[in-house]
Design a protein around this ligand. Structure first.
Ligand SMILES: Nc1nc2c(ncn2[C@@H]2O[C@H](COP(=O)(O)OP(=O)(O)O)[C@@H](O)[C@H]2O)c(=O)[nH]1
Ligand SMILES: [Mg+2]
Length: 237
């Protein structure tokens, strides 16, 4: 149960089996609506999303992207639409069930005292299930690296499970954002902190996907290594 009207943006690429499970679970929360942003998934996730939208009239929107694909671009399209909606809170969540919908009300509640709430794997109470050691170390290293270079306070800067107060999200100059992959998530936090918005972290248990594939690529990793430096350099100018 949550009393703040919330819209959750869910970017999708080939998540046809995961999306219905996620959406059905989210629909159990009152006052929660969903915006699926699909990048013309070859597996037909877009059609699955349309069918879900018909099943929950007025609570699900589907954005079918056709121009250049990408996680960051998808978020930008979703955010531009979401901030025009009469909601208090805007969430971000992966479609692959790594982010437990049951934990959403805790994130939403924390927006009472923060402008950006991060579902965090790296604070006490946070956890990761089913990640191989290699992937765990990579994520840990990435987060330490980001914190050292950017001096952001958050322990989990790459988590894609977040809730924003709408005003905070609406204030981000998205047309100036340069990163696209996971770095986009870091850039959002960095710019928000620079604007003075308050960040809080709430522990989550991240569960690795069982179905479908991760889109983490080498190019995305290289971008993640460079982005923190670019952000800091931008700030100095
Ligand atoms: N629209 C869109 N969604 C994407 C893209 N890449 C990944 N996603 C979605 O973003 C979320 C996280 O992606 P995932 O591959 O699971 O990343 P990982 O959890 O870090 O391995 C999932 O919901 C994906 O379907 C993309 O290029 N466009
Ligand atoms: Mg995933």
């Amino acid at each position: 149960m949550t009393d703040r009207a919330t819209l959750v943006i869910v970017p999708t690429f080939n998540e046809r089996e995961n999306l219905p499970v996620l959406v059905n679970a989210l629909m159990q929360h009152q006052n929660v609506a969903v915006m699926v942003v699909d990048d013309a998934s070859p597996d037909g996730t877009g059609d699955v999303a349309d069918a879900l939208a018909r099943g929950y009239p007025g609570r699900i929107q589907v954005v079918h992207r056709t121009d250049r694909p990408g996680l960051g671009r998808s978020y930008i399209d979703g955010i531009r639409r979401a901030i025009a909606e009469p909601v208090e809170v805007i969430g971000q969540m992966d479609a692959d069930l790594s982010h437990d919908p049951a934990q959403l009300p805790r994130l939403i509640a924390a927006t009472a005292d923060a402008d950006v709430v991060i579902g965090s794997r790296y604070i006490p109470g946070g956890a990761i299930a089913n990640w191989p050691r290699r992937r765990r170390m990579l994520s840990r290293f990435a987060n330490t690296y980001i914190r050292v270079v950017t001096r952001l306070d958050a322990r989990d800067c790459t988590s894609g499970y977040r809730c924003w107060r709408r005003e905070a999200l609406a204030s981000l100059p998205l047309d100036r954002f340069r990163s696209d992959g996971y770095s986009f998530l870091v850039e959002m936090l960095y710019v928000a902190a620079g604007l003075g918005w308050r960040t809080a972290e709430v522990p989550i248990t991240f569960v690795e996907r069982r179905v479908g594939q991760s889109k983490l690529s080498a190019a995305v990793l290289v971008e993640s290594m460079l982005t923190p430096w670019r952000l800091v350099a931008m700030r100095r100018r």
